[in-house]
Design a protein around this ligand. Sequence first.
Ligand code: GLY
Length: 484
Amino acid sequence: MVVSARVEASQIGSDILAKGGNAFDAMVATEMALAVTYPFAGNLGGGGFMVYRKSNGDVGGIDYREKAPLSGHKDMYLDSLGKVIPDMSTKGATAVGVPGTIAGIFEVHEKFGSLSMEELLAPVIALAEKGVVVTENQANRFENYRESILEVNDGITSFPIGCKAGDTLKYPVLANTLRRISKEGRDGFYKGETAKILSNFIQEKGGFITEEDLAKYEAKWRQPIIFNYKDLKIISMSPPSSGGVTINQIFKMMEPYDIAEFGHNSAKTIQLFTEASRRAYADRNYFLGDPDFVEIPLDVLLSQSYLMERMENFSFDSATKSADVSHGEIEILESMETTHYSIIDAEGNAISVTTTLNGAYGSKLYCDELGFFLNNEMDDFSAKPGVPNMFGLIGADANSIAPEKRMLSSMTPTIVEKDGQLYMVVGTPGGSTIITAVAQTILNTYEFNMSMQESVNAPVFIINGYRIWSFSNPKGFRTHSKKN
Ligand code: GLY
């Protein structure tokens, strides 16, 4: 089974499974098919994380997160007065981090793939050539982002933003890029012609990525964060994603309470969840960053005694002020500009993948010669301690910019076991609300006995420093809400 944001991508993934490919083969094909069918977040120009659980119970994770260019530095988005320069880390070439997606799929394929890369990419290339029908949602998104895409691309783009629902869009240039990758392997992206075109393009537009940055990019295998919540075993992504650590903290702070007894989305359940999240996000924003660059005190942050201490001042009688919780307030805006897919194969191997360009269509910079959008992931760094990024997240030194460092993420691809058996594969888009949405989905299923579909459809409450929203979601997709 393959679940993704577009039926064509899920179909390509499940065809690979039907052909005898395993979950990892299907991941490669689905990831690339999303780049064709869902350019809003599916990508060649972005990055992501994958957590797996093999049928024999082995678990692992891969980090193919973007990273800062070699020329990156702490103050790169500040003006001479030390103020953050508006838009520089969010829009256009200056916002682009070194893409990781192609390195990620090759690394996964090399370790676990069973079909050849040519076989996996062939249906994706065929789809890009044959074309994809524009959905109503997609047409609306093109309409919403047309102006900003045109602005970033100096008024001219070959990306078909003028199309209507029902039109068939063909992507011959992207098909060519994919063909080169299929033939030359990861070097077909990170070296040679593609790398030259890509780095020249980004630099001509004022950005920082060089051929050397691309050649040096590597995806990294990471040990996931693994913890028990009551009789569940939860396996989630480790730093540079903040997802696993933060969800671990939230669950452990909630574990002593019987929230099934409190009731789904009851005032008590929401209050407890909010207070646990408030404390966990304060730690996230202060302590977490790329583990290759910063020392993260995981032993302490995830220890029972520390988490119990964090909840010592929790009371159902009053709310804690965010300002009184460790390192500052958080503000969260809902967004959908990321995508998640989950796969299980016939043997029971499961993978959970969240991938992104960061914002909608990333930096909005579209490379006509290669046929894809570039990310604006540099905004996930803390441009200046205390100044919020586009998701309202406030960072600290642990997430400051340094050459080749990965920016902290909220993406939370997660797998859950119960009684030693696979129980759930879960993840979501949603920017900084990803972590709490994944936590609520697990709780809905486990504590409140909902089916997976009911659990996704159920109203979600969103927490920021001041308010809680609850909204229902009949289609099972996260909806967009504004902070006001
Ligand atoms: N770009 C969204 C995230 O990584 O958290």
